[in-house]
Each structure stands twice: as structure tokens, then as C-alpha cells.
Design a protein around this ligand. Structure first.
Ligand SMILES: [Zn+2]
Length: 305
């Protein structure tokens, strides 16, 4: 009984031991699995962190370069704004020179168009109608108006302006035109030349010594047309200069003084001419021309291959 009891006890103990061994083995395996999992997970996390760090570094670099780009774009924009402002300021100067009112137009493009039209009108008029002196730095010896004639001694209306210039002084066209009359003579006006200009104006030159052009020649403003002299009824070498509008003599002084700085002065000083309608006509012409030239530019770029 004791033996069997012992045996039974030993068997139970063995069983318990075996069972404990299994549990232990299972625990070891479980622990190993957990450790393996933890190690693998830590390794994976490390890799993930490395990857994130790399990503962060590259993003930081990208942010730095984008910030630099932003700064450069901002300074570029500022520079452009300053340039536009400077163009606008210069346009403002031009507008005040042209006596233009820009309060109702703020668009730079339309302001430029209007300024271009205004300056084109001035250029057209100052080129087509006599402006400035036909002789350089000459003293006026007799003006337009009532006077006693220096040779005849008779009171007579003087229809031109006399310049005290030596024989052979160069005479330049005060506007574009056509040589209408070349008349050699030793009486009255002496050697005489008349230029036909645009819009009904003409200018004439008396007492010349020599002609530099011939009848029918097309003349540009500033071209040499003749040399002054003392021919005809003259008390001494001088140039007698006249400006006419469809035959009617005008005071040349207003035209001699006329330039881009006092452009509007001619409208006040010279009466009896429909200046307003003339300006309207020229404005219509130049605005058409300006549109035509911009269309031409658009057309030529369109047809490019
Ligand atoms: Zn005279």
C-alpha cells in the first residue's frame, strides 16, 4: 500500500513535473515570440523614424528654397511696381506738358494712348504749319504792321517780318511743304520764293540772293531752301518773311515763337482760323494711324510660323 502510494505519488509528481515543463516551454516560446515581436517592431519603428527624419530634412530644404523663391519673387514684384510707378510718373510729367487731364482715366494703357495721340497732334501741326524761325539767331529789324517804308518813305502796312541778316545767310523751311513759286526779279520783292504748306498755310521769302530749290520740290521742315540777299526794293541786306493762311497775311511773330512748350499759344494769338476743327481733323487722322500701326504689329506677329 505504501509502495503503491509512493508509486502513485511519484507518478503524480512526474506528471506534475511534465506538465510544468510544458508550461515552462510554452512560456519560453511565448516570451521568445514576444521578444522577437518587440525587437522587430523596434527595428521597424527605427526605420520608420529614419525615413520620417529624411522626409523632414528634405521638406525643410524645400521650405528653405521656397522661402528664397518667395523673397526673390516679392523683390521682383516690388521692382516691377516701382518701374510701373516710374513710368506712370513720367507719363504724368508728359501729360502735364501736354496740358492733359488724367483724373478720369487711371488705366496706364489708355493714358499712354491719349498721350501718344496728343503728342502726335503736336508733332503733326508743328511739322506741317510754319513754326520757328527760317534764319538762325537773326535780329528782327522790322515787325508786322503799319509803318513808314524805309525806301519809299510812304506809310504802308508791312505784311511780314524783316530779319537783319547778311547776304548769303542760309534760309531753312519752317515746315514741310512744296515749292510753289520761284520768281527771280530785281524789282519789288526781288528774288522771291513761296512754300505751300499743309492746311492752307504758306510762307514766302523776299530779296533773296540765291535759290537752293526749284519749283515743285517737296520740302521737309529744316531743309535749306534759299540764301538771303538785297535784291528788289530793299534798303539793305535782309530777309522779308511772310506767313499766310489762304492768301491772308498773318503776323509771323506768333509762328516764329511757336514751339512744343507753348503749343496752345497759337490758338490765342492767331485769330480767324478754325483751330478747333483743324485739331479734330488731325486727331482723327493720328488716332487712326496709331491704331493701324498697332494692328500691323499684331498682324505681323500672327503670321509668324
Ligand atoms: Zn519787310
Amino acid at each position: 500500500m505504501h509502495g503503491s502510494k509512493h508509486f502513485s505519488f511519484g507518478k503524480r509528481t512526474r506528471h506534475t513535473f511534465k506538465f510544468a515543463s510544458y508550461i515552462f516551454l510554452l512560456a519560453v516560446i511565448l516570451a521568445a515570440a514576444v521578444i522577437y515581436y518587440l525587437v522587430t517592431d523596434a527595428e521597424f519603428s527605427k526605420l520608420k523614424m529614419q525615413e520620417l527624419e529624411n522626409k523632414s530634412t528634405s521638406l525643410t530644404r524645400e521650405i528653405t528654397s521656397l522661402t528664397a523663391l518667395k523673397v526673390s519673387l516679392e523683390s521682383d514684384l516690388l521692382e516691377r511696381e516701382e518701374r510701373i510707378q516710374s513710368v506712370s510718373d513720367r507719363l504724368g510729367d508728359l501729360e502735364s506738358l501736354l496740358d492733359m487731364d488724367n483724373t478720369d482715366t487711371t488705366e496706364l494703357e489708355s493714358r499712354l494712348d491719349i498721350a501718344a495721340i496728343h503728342s502726335s497732334i503736336r508733332v503733326a501741326m508743328l511739322t506741317q504749319i510754319p513754326s520757328g524761325a527760317p534764319v538762325i539767331n537773326a535780329r528782327t529789324s522790322s515787325g508786322y504792321g503799319e509803318r513808314i517804308h524805309p525806301v519809299t518813305g510812304i506809310k504802308k502796312f508791312h505784311r511780314g517780318q524783316d530779319f537783319a541778316v547778311n547776304t548769303g545767310t542760309r534760309i531753312y523751311a519752317p515746315a514741310d511743304g512744296t515749292v510753289e513759286i520761284i520768281r527771280p526779279s530785281n524789282q519789288g520783292s526781288g528774288n522771291y520764293l513761296r512754300l505751300l504748306h499743309g492746311y492752307g498755310f504758306s510762307s514766302s521769302y523776299s530779296h533773296l540772293s540765291k535759290f537752293a530749290v526749284k519749283k515743285g520740290d517737296f520740302i521737309k521742315k529744316g531743309d535749306l531752301i534759299a540764301y538771303s540777299g538785297n535784291s528788289g526794293l530793299s534798303s539793305g541786306p535782309h530777309l522779308h518773311y511772310e506767313v499766310r493762311f489762304i492768301g491772308r497775311a498773318l503776323n509771323p511773330k506768333s509762328f516764329l515763337d511757336w514751339n512744343v512748350d507753348n503749343f496752345d499759344s497759337i490758338f490765342e494769338n492767331v485769330r480767324g482760323i478754325g483751330w478747333e476743327s483743324l485739331v479734330d481733323t488731325i486727331e482723327l487722322r493720328v488716332s487712326h494711324q496709331l491704331q493701324l500701326s498697332s494692328q500691323k504689329v499684331a498682324l505681323s506677329t500672327d503670321t509668324l510660323p
